[in-house]
Design a protein around this ligand. Sequence first.
Ligand SMILES: [Zn+2]
Length: 381
Amino acid sequence: MLALSPAAKAASPGEALLAEVNLVLSQTAAQSDSARLDTIGTSFGGRHIKAVTFSREQRKPSTGVRVLIMCGQHGNETAPIRAVLECLRSWSVSEHKLGDAEVVVVPVVNPDGLVSGRRLNAANADLNRDWASPKQPETTAVMSLVDKFRPHVAIDLHEWTDSDSCRQNCIEIAGSGNTANVALADAIAERALRRAKSHRFPLAKVFYSPASDSRLAHRKLTADGVCGLLVETSPRHCDSDRRQAYEYIIQSVIDETSQPSDPQVAAVVSRLVAQCPKASQWPPNAVGQNVNKLSDSGSRACWTMLTAFAIWVVGFASVPKRNRCAGVKLPGRMSKLHTATGADAEPSEVSIATKLAAIRSRSRSASDPHINDLALVLSDR
Ligand SMILES: [Zn+2]
């Protein structure tokens, strides 16, 4: 009797893609010594939400930047998911591409929407309008991951669909706010734009304002002190060009944080990492049901957690109160730590802010004449 693969048994294209995602995640965790697969939560419809973590220093403090990559909030946007699968396949055999970064990938935030081919989740909620005060199980699961992983950078991948009026390929970042994170986001976007130009792929950098809809994931995370970015590509371009674009945009995040192109950005990265080191509860299996490499013996896991807790207690007691960032709830504490404005701003960051103002003034007047219009249209993604 002929054995069918999970994808072959699938009843819908979305179900087939979800089966492929699960297969790639399992293969990635099996092939790479630094990768670990976790189930971080369960969707409204009862499907697992999975994340794969790449870390060279499993169970040890990391000295690199932590990056969160997520896509599939909207179930009818499959191009970013396919691109991320290519990244996972690549990283599982070429880990050097990750540099010193520790990377968590959530390829399908909305598995119910993917299976049904719909933008919304099974509770008819638009997940990318739920982040200001997460209520859906999918957004709650990712925020729980954020609380524990505490990313310095987060990138949320989307795509325009046929019903969208705006179809410009773009990277959206904050137009104001935390100076250090704005500088880093700008440097990442500029690196991605250079790569897009070399591939002759039209890609724009756009900014959102403080008045923009704050319910979107990258804006919420930016408000919490994370360097947040959002990507959109247009279905007017062929699949291979778009997949390549997502891949080099993601790689730009890792490259710019591992080997910054500007000494001033390097100073910002160093400061961010120093100010917010890895949370002590990460990576022990406090995230959720672990399905791969943390299935060690119970006693070893227990001792590991006890040891980590003891280290955390000693470390927490010895750190001045204003520098404590290993707390249970991330947003308030982390936003202070990642904020370098006013009296806390260092000269290098002030000069970066000046540089950015000049860049933006040039972009608005010359190369990106539609930038303000785009900021308005993009609020509808
Ligand atoms: Zn979307």
